[in-house]
Write a protein that binds this ligand. Structure first.
Ligand code: 13P
Length: 254
């Protein structure tokens, strides 16, 4: 039996009304399905406290989508890891491809953020993955190694203890074209063996999630793969009905 992590990344979506309806539905239908696996919701920062109040006694954890590289000071518009910790956040997504591509976050910035998240005892969810061109050029493993190496360079040999890795091939995000579950299994196996080579952690203690167009129709085949330990879900996490369907499928298989 494997423990599965299901994380909702709401990205720049949500409203007070959406949150009220989402949790009304979840509370009514879900109590038995939330116990077995770890469910995390990462709303936009402005809604973190609202979601926190809603998940009280629900076996759901609070996640954030980003932090600044600074802890406090004159950094207009930013949020620090200390503030997120202060309001009950336990997990922080870092290195999402949308931040790498649209906000120009380099491997170095991501490693700094990853380090801060760990330093303050929160759990980083490190997103890695290749573009469509990388894939066509057979560069998937090279890209993944580079992304992992920058974390090793900053944190050393215990870098990946108490962390989650989310393999998200960029071409599969928000496209409706998920990757092939068997291919993802091979890549997750590669990620685990690469980390095990340089880190003190054992492969079986490494959590690697998949993200990219997951929905209730394709979830089962991914969950059945031995080295897929969870999902990072965008679009399908915005509807409580769809999100709960995926949670139920994972509940029945794991
Ligand atoms: P989609 O599930 O919408 O493809 O998004 C995946 C993702 O980017 C989660 O972080």
């Amino acid at each position: 039996m494997k423990k599965f992590f299901i994380i909702a990344n709401w990205k720049l979506n949500g409203s007070k009304k959406m949150i009220a309806n989402f949790f009304k539905h979840l509370k009514f239908h879900s109590s038995t399905y939330l116990k077995k696996n770890t469910i995390i919701i990462a709303p936009p920062t402005i809604y973190l406290e609202r979601v926190y109040k809603n998940i009280n006694n629900m076996n759901i954890m609070l996640g954030a989508q980003n932090i600044d590289i600074n802890l406090q000071g004159a950094f207009t518009g930013e949020n620090s890891v200390l503030m997120l910790q202060d309001i009950g956040v336990k997990y922080v997504i870092v290195g999402h491809s949308e931040r790498r591509l649209l906000h120009y976050e380099t491997d170095d910035i991501i490693a700094k953020k990853f380090h801060l998240i760990k330093k303050f005892n929160l759990i980083p969810i490190l997103c890695i993955g290749e573009t469509e061109i990388d894939k066509k050029n057979g560069q998937t493993q090279t890209i993944i190694k580079k992304q992992l190496n920058s974390i090793f360079k900053k944190l050393g040999k215990s870098a990946f203890k108490n962390t989650i890795i989310a393999y998200e091939p960029i071409w599969a995000i928000g496209t409706g074209l998920s990757a092939n579950p068997e291919d993802v299994q091979c890549i997750h196996k590669f990620i685990k063996s690469y980390i095990e080579k340089y880190d003190l952690i054992n492969a079986e203690d490494i959590t690697v999630q998949y993200g990219g167009s997951i929905n209730h129709c394709n979830a089962k085949k991914f969950i059945e793969q031995p080295d897929i330990n969870g999902f990072l879900i965008g679009n399908s996490s915005l509807s409580s009905e769809e999100f709960l369907k995926i949670i139920r499928i994972a509940h029945d298989i794991t």
